[in-house]
Design a protein around this ligand. Structure first.
Ligand code: ZN
Length: 360
């Protein structure tokens, strides 16, 4: 065993992170920092809402082009965007929208060797800050995770836009953020590696802890603000937790049972209509059962009920629970090399099935 002075630890971050009401209005001056020729991919779901505003914001830079994106993050969508960036002699790629738009922009920028500005318009997961794109096959199933050489150069979060998106997205982001501390803590205890393949620095666990405390304290109030389409103080805190703290915490702290069980749940077709963070919330509850943390389980379950997150399998579409289905989930969650084995104890398929049975 090397002594602690010999262990290399690591953390990773986006280049810069800006958040607040009206932050999108800074897009022009931010794009100008990257030589001022912007190729902008805008999510079709919000294109009509933001495209005139982004055009105004970008009017001061040398050149920009805006492209509507309504598809999946596939190899062909990434190639198309690389082609558009080259055609327009872009010096920076900008992605504005939800996860698939942002993942496409991140991947295309990395492959084209260009910087990327990420503008999330929902706070439904911790993906915006990460150096990862989830690539889909043309028929819509997940092909692979693409690990990128660096994190986005700038993440620009306009909380007014996020407050105007449906509250369900913010709740899902809270579900994803709930996992961060429990998983990072498991990795810290077991010595499992983070997304850099290194043990985490103490910073990662401090950030992950703050992520949990923030959503527990402000989650319900943030959802009430979002219902009224107000970017109030609670929403500001929760957006920071869902996007920045959770992003830093998972990449630099590591992931474990909650996300492994999420991956298992995606094996069941009936869960496909539910958001990533909604399935992760079930993974968090099952992970607490596996860890024997009964009091924490009760606390988190009450919190999930207050923040409109699922607490039972039926809440994510699994109403007809059979042993075969639970075994399918458990087999996927526990496959060799899977992140569930980052927990500080051996986890078996039977234990996962037993934990899920307590969520029927
Ligand atoms: Zn997640």
């Amino acid at each position: 065993m090397p002594n602690s002075a010999q262990i290399i630890r690591g953390a990773r971050f986006p280049g810069r992170y800006l958040q607040g009401k009206g932050a999108l209005d800074r897009l022009g001056e931010e794009a100008a920092r990257f030589s001022g020729r912007a190729c902008v991919l805008v999510d079709a779901a919000i294109f009509d809402m933001v495209s005139e505003r982004t055009a105004r914001c970008l009017a001061s830079i040398e050149h920009f082009s805006q492209h509507r994106f309504g598809g999946e993050c596939t190899e062909s969508a990434i190639s198309d965007l690389i082609g558009l960036a080259a055609h327009n002699a872009a010096t920076v790629v900008v992605g504005i929208g939800g996860g698939k738009t942002l993942d496409t922009a991140k991947a295309a920028a990395a492959k084209a060797g260009l910087p990327v500005i990420i503008v999330p318009t929902i706070a439904a997961s911790d993906a915006p800050c990460s150096a990862l794109s989830v690539i889909y096959k043309d028929e819509g199933t997940v092909a692979h995770d693409l690990f990128l050489p660096r994190n986005p150069d700038l993440v620009l979060v306009d909380t007014e836009i996020i407050a105007n998106a449906p509250s369900r997205f913010l709740a899902a982001g809270i579900g994803d953020a709930l996992a961060t501390w429990y998983e990072a803590n498991s990795c810290q205890t077991s010595g499992a590696k983070n997304c850099l393949g290194l043990p985490g620095l103490p910073l990662a666990y401090a950030v992950a802890r703050q992520c949990l405390e923030t959503v527990l304290e402000h989650g319900a109030a943030a959802l009430a603000e979002c219902d009224k389409r107000v970017a109030g103080p609670a929403l500001e805190r929760v957006v920071e937790a869902n996007i920045l703290l959770s992003g830093l915490g998972f990449e630099s702290g590591g992931v474990a049972a909650a996300h492994a069980i999420h991956h298992g749940l995606t094996e069941l077709d009936e869960t496909h209509a539910f958001l990533h963070g909604e399935k992760v919330a079930i993974g968090v509850l099952a992970g607490l059962i596996l860890n024997g943390q009964d009091a924490e389980f009760d606390r988190v379950r009450r919190f999930c009920q207050e923040t409109r997150l699922p607490t039972r399998l039926a809440d994510i579409g699994i109403s007809d629970v059979t042993d075969a289905k639970l075994q399918l989930v458990a087999r996927r969650a526990c496959r060799p090399g899977e992140i569930i084995h980052n927990e500080p104890f051996a986890v078996s398929e039977d234990q996962v099935v037993a934990a899920l049975q307590r969520l029927i």
